[in-house]
Design a protein around this ligand. Sequence first.
Ligand SMILES: Cc1ncc(COP(=O)(O)O)c(C=O)c1O
Length: 409
Amino acid sequence: MLDLSDRFVVPPAPAVELRAFTHGLMPRTVPDLMAGFCQDWAERGVDAWNRVPDRWGLGHETGWWALPTDLADAWVAPLLSAPAGSCILQPNVFTTVQALLSCDGPFESRTEVVMTEGEFPSVRHPVQRWQGLRDLRPVDVPARPDGRVDLDAVADAITDQTAWVFVSHVGFATGEVLPTADLRRLADVAHRHGALFAVDGYHATASIPVDVEACGADMYFGGLLKEACGSSGNAYLYVRPGLDLRPRLSGWFGDADPFGFEPAPADHPEVRRRFLGGTTAVASMYHAVEGVRVLLDAGLDAVRADTLAKGARALDRADALGIPVRSPREDERRGAMIVLEVEHADRMVRWLKTRDVFVDARRGALVRFAPFVWNPAQDVDRLFDALGEALASGAHLALAPAAEGGPVT
Ligand SMILES: Cc1ncc(COP(=O)(O)O)c(C=O)c1O
């Protein structure tokens, strides 16, 4: 099993942090990088947009202007086995999906957008809101009774009217991984019907080796905040080379001639750059790829093997306590996140906090956790020892159900 705890700022013992799927821990190098941002701003001022020292291991000088593409080429493309020139940083998934839906081409003679019930709101909500803005009809595909993606139903929902198909590589509520062959199957069906295939890869990013071409993705997007340990403001987009998308929601940073300040917009020759809006948030890009660097150093195959090994230990302990497991058990379909069915999950999570074990709850019925690269195997045991104690004594039931101190568990 991996132990990368020396590469991150891990909360001091006895705390056990098991929420990599919500917000990754801070890599140790981040404070120096943020000091670097202050230094570049102080010493170079406006000229930092043109040139700053290479603080990211790019192997060449860069500038704030070029960071969204330079960082994506150097650090996002390797996560996705994507070719240079196909990826770009984005502020978040929501903005990316808005820009994607604003492209007229895919909707020229089509109206339907197929998405699974389990897509994250940053996909589901924009698709529904766009109904009134263009002739768009969301086609919702319900999950199977066990919560998993119904692949046959997704395939059956795709027709000659489908413009886009959205699926998640790893379900945010189920932890279900769709193996490459499953993604490919859906991509092939979409392409046979002339539709485009988009994958939300947020929870696969930096925790599972991804091959966007093998998946058949036309667009693949995600963020670096969670398992990739890059914090907020750092998402990304891959666009299949050769796909000529023209987002209407393209800002002046994505214009063909941004410093011409022309009265009318013009599409940038690089498709990925058209997905930029207004001025990019530079500070967040200083810490964007530090977690990625750590995880790529270890190797994504090793990261994946590690999460599977620690997850297997968790499944054994859950079975021994008789706690139903909601996430898939098979290695091929299991991500870093394990989901347990626990009555009064909110209270359980609050009680576990009193034992310095940090996991989260969903809908009062599910407990989610992910033993990740900074967790020794004993952290899994700490969690299950505490769960077992609470289930036996009912101690957690004495706590109020509402979360204390804020909405995030
Ligand atoms: C699958 C998935 N997509 C997207 C997001 C976040 O989207 P955004 O970057 O718009 O906040 C999350 C956050 O939990 C997620 O789990």
